[in-house]
Write a protein that binds this ligand. Structure first.
Ligand SMILES: N[C@@H](CCC(=O)N[C@@H](CS)C(=O)NCC(=O)O)C(=O)O
Length: 241
């Protein structure tokens, strides 16, 4: 299917290994829209990026017809609003729609506040307790919010297509899955995650989604994850006598 042209020119300032930027990449891929990407090296930010694009120096930043939009959540919301037919949010102001949005937002908030800090615990603190904490957060908080396995689709609320619930959480789920497949999340923990009936089904479907396959550079992310973990490990090592 040919890509749709946006109403105005779009340029996304992004970084391959950033899960927040991945939210924008996924939303734009779901919308199948044309845009330009500028890869920002976060370890060596170009001067023009800080001066002309985002003085905060953060990705994602979306340039929409000259207006610089920041923050991954609002950027994804903007894409969903600009292309409502994509269905990232259900349309219409019905009670059903309002409840879907509310529940999806609770799901995203739960994922980000309960699971992501433990994922960050592996990455930035080399915390040996973090993988088990991911499992218990998913089991305790995320699993009950996902649809039953008898539902038509594996995605949030039993949908067969992505909604904003996936756009905003999939980058983190994909990175946890990658870490599981590469032994960074230990095999027993990863296996238990995969065997959770709802989450296991959801995560598998997320990884098979075209917008994830097209936007997630596994080799680059894995290398960066290993580098960050090595740095975290070094900091934890007490100085030699
Ligand atoms: N709240 C922001 C977080 C974005 C963020 O922290 N991006 C990181 C990369 S993953 C970044 O740009 N870091 C560069 C810096 O903070 O200097 C969002 O959701 O867009």
């Amino acid at each position: 299917m040919s890509q749709r042209t946006p109403p105005q020119k779009m340029t996304l300032y992004s970084s391959t290994n950033c899960p927040w930027a991945a939210r924008s990449l996924i939303a734009l891929a779901e919308a199948n829209v044309q845009y330009e990407t500028v890869e920002i090296d976060l370890d060596n930010k170009p001067e023009f990026f800080l001066k002309e694009v985002n003085p905060q120096g953060k990705v994602p930043t979306l340039d929409y017809a000259g207006e610089k939009l920041i923050e991954s959540g609002p950027i994804a919301e903007f894409v969903a609003d600009l292309f409502p037919d994509v269905g990232l949010w259900p349309q219409g102001s019905t009670e059903e729609t309002a409840l879907f949005k509310l529940r999806a937002r609770i799901f995203v908030e739960t994922f980000i506040t309960k699971v992501v800090p433990n994922w960050a615990g592996i990455l930035f603190r080399a915390d040996p307790a973090a993988p088990a904490a991911i499992l218990s957060a998913v089991e305790g908080f995320v699993e009950p919010l996902l649809p039953e396995t008898s539902s038509a689709g594996p995605f949030f609320a039993g949908r067969t297509e992505f909604s904003m619930a996936e756009v905003l959480t999939a980058p983190f789920a994909a990175r946890i899955d990658l870490m599981g497949r590469n032994g960074i999340v230990p095999a027993d923990v990863y296996e238990k995650l995969q065997k959770l009936p709802r989450f296991g089904r959801w995560m598998k479907a997320v990884m098979e989604r075209k917008s994830i396959k097209d936007t997630f550079d596994e080799a680059s992310n894995l290398a960066k994850i290993k580098k960050k973990m090595a740095l975290a490990q070094e900091k934890k090592t007490p100085p030699r006598l």
